[in-house]
Design a protein around this ligand. Structure first.
Ligand code: ADP
Ligand code: MG
Length: 253
């Protein structure tokens, strides 16, 4: 089966520092990939590159078999037209550590905003989509509330619904529970697990090993911009953990 997304030899530097150093990764439809690794290892930069928030220096990305975000011009790789990048980005949903909800909009309006302004959906359709997605994350009854009145876990579930309302093919989660009080982590992971059951293709950066074991098809350990270890959870936690660098990281968290 054709992979949903394929990165080949992707490099992204900030000055002299290679934040993403020659990464190749292929993700099939429905696959759940968990990325772990120390702070500064390039996890966020990799997700931002996949989502075309950071232009890559070299390498290629294909989405559903087509070149994504970049076009080859002679020997150079140049960013694709903004219009094409925007079209691609609507197919990729991203959830950050910070929820970034619009404070002056209700929960429902926050989730409707993308479908109305980006996808051009009618308000009635967008409202139906919003309620559907809020239902998926257990937040339908909070539709009329404002973000300020919600807990961190509830805000993050709204942020997930907002990303889902764009009907993405791929969801990227960058440490979605790191800003939460420990007792609120479970409700957010439960919402993500439900997406896994629904067959969503996902890349999740998290240090929650229980979640990685339970949900991931593939676990990757990233360090200094490269993949140091990669495998199924069974393989990863048995064999790869013999690597002292991975082991010492896992022991610390
Ligand atoms: P992680 O998410 O694994 O903690 P990041 O992708 O945020 O790592 O960062 C990887 C490296 O790239 C770090 O050394 C960081 O300081 C650097 N970096 C990230 N974003 C920028 C930026 N916008 N400008 C300069 N350096 C950056
Ligand atoms: Mg990060």
């Amino acid at each position: 089966m054709q992979p949903l997304i394929e990165l080949e030899n992707v490099v992204k530097s900030f000055g002299e520092h290679r934040a993403v150093d020659n990464v190749s990764l292929s993700i099939r439809k429905g696959e759940k990939v968990v990325i772990i690794g120390p702070s500064g290892s390039g996890k966020s930069t990799l997700l931002r590159t996949i989502n075309c928030l950071e232009p890559m220096d070299s390498g290629t990305m294909r989405f559903a078999g087509k070149p994504a975000g970049y076009v080859q011009r002679g020997s150079e790789l140049v960013p694709d037209k903004p219009r094409n990048i925007c079209a691609l980005r609507t197919r990729i949903g991203m959830v950050f550590q910070q929820f970034n909800l619009f404070p002056h909009m209700s929960v429902e309006q926050n989730v409707m905003e993308g479908p109305v302004t980006v996808l051009g959906e009618s308000k009635a359709n967008a409202r139906a989509t919003a309620m559907d997605m809020l239902g998926k994350v257990g937040m339908a009854e909070f539709a009329d509330r404002y973000p300020a009145s919600l807990s961190g876990g509830q805000k993050q579930r709204v942020a997930i619904a907002r990303a889902l309302a764009m009907k993405p093919d791929l969801m990227l989660f960058d440490e979605p529970t790191s800003a939460l009080d420990p007792e609120l982590v479970g409700e957010v992971f439960d919402a993500i697990k439900q997406l896994a059951v629904d067959g969503m293709t996902m890349v999740i950066v998290t240090h929650n090993m229980g979640f990685a074991r339970e949900v991931a098809d593939t676990v990757i350990f990233m360090e200094n911009g490269s993949f140091l270890a990669k495998g199924s959870p069974g393989d990863f936690f048995q064999r790869q953990c013999e690597d002292p660098r991975v082991q010492s990281f896992i022991d610390k968290i």
